[in-house]
Design a protein around this ligand. Structure first.
Ligand code: CP
Length: 308
């Protein structure tokens, strides 16, 4: 049986194509399980999984929890609010105290980049990065790639443009690494203040004109403007941003009626996407969410049953 090359999933940087392919193909099997009347398999029975969330989340936290339950694992949920972190307990002490209860896998979201890697040094569990600062969010990129492949039938040769607040985004970096590994042509589009210049050295084309980006790409993965991370300081106003970069039905009709619109969520309606686009026929936003459960089942299964 094929297995992943690492016992952790910290990001998609330098993850081999065979690993990405294996995760996507395994997710397809689990996607079928999710359509059955009984959506549960006994694969991870007896395993204990900790969801360690130091930052807010709706989709990632709930879909990991559901994926763990679908695989029959025992789950523990930690969120920073309501925990003893408010009494000054350190991250390391928190993790080691919870791990003393015997935990096999840890899913971690944290505002600091590098925390998942640090966890591999202080814990014996399999570690999965559920988003670390502005660094990576590998399962989001995997579910994005799965959703693109499901809709278009391929990744190789496809032109995918990531739009918006690129500099603050961990979704952007994981998508760039993953899509390039799978042979897609990746570009970004947004105001210059939101695009790190180093991206060019990764072979990523940069657009500052959304109409041109739409005309020249097959897929737009539209990112949230991260106002909680001071993105407001990088643009004159959200209204101005929407005028220059917002995706509207008019822009779709004018530039590329066949374009596929994606968004990892949460959406700022009327900023990145008009409400008509967010609810319209060009987007696959809720398919992405459904596929997220299957992707997370695949990652948990492949890491949880890895032998060496
Ligand atoms: N896409 C995503 O990571 O959403 P959440 O922050 O709700 O998990």
């Amino acid at each position: 049986m094929s297995s992943l090359s690492s016992r952790h999933l910290l990001g998609l940087y330098e993850v081999p194509k065979e690993d990405v392919q294996l995760i996507l193909d395994t997710a397809k099997t689990f996607r079928e399980v999710l359509e059955r009347p009984i959506k549960k398999v006994p694969t991870l029975q007896g395993k204990t999984i900790l969801n360690l969330f130091y930052e807010n989340s709706t989709r990632t936290r709930l879909s990991f929890e559901l994926a763990e339950k679908r695989l029959s694992a025992d789950t523990m949920n930690f969120t920073k609010s309501g925990s003893s972190a408010s009494k000054g307990e350190s991250f390391k002490d928190t993790v080691q105290n919870i791990e003393a209860m015997k935990v096999d896998m840890i899913i971690v979201r944290h505002e600091s980049a590098g925390i998942p890697k640090y966890l591999t040094q202080i814990s014996d569990a399999n570690i999965i990065n559920a988003g670390d600062g502005r660094h990576e969010h590998p399962t989001q990129a995997l579910l994005d790639m799965y959703s693109i492949r499901e809709k278009t039938g391929k990744l190789e040769g496809l032109k995918v443009c990531i739009v918006g607040d690129i500099g603050h985004s961990r979704v952007a970096l994981s998508n760039i690494y993953g899509l390039q590994t799978m042979g897609a042509e990746v570009s970004v589009c947004g105001p210059s203040t939101m695009i790190p210049w180093q991206l060019e050295s990764l072979g990523v084309k940069i657009y500052n004109n959304i109409d041109k980006a739409m005309a020249e790409n097959d897929v737009l993965n539209v990112l949230r403007i991260q106002l909680e991370r001071d993105a407001g300081e990088l643009i004159p106003s959200v209204r101005e941003y929407h005028n220059y970069f917002g995706i509207t039905t008019e822009r779709i009709a004018k530039n590329n009626p066949d374009i596929l619109i994606m968004h990892p969520g949460p959406i700022n309606r009327g900023v990145e996407l008009s409400s008509e686009v967010a609810d319209g026929t060009s987007q696959i936003i809720l398919n992405q969410v459904t596929n997220g459960v299957a992707i997370r089942m695949a990652v948990l299964y492949l890491l949880g049953t890895k032998t060496e």
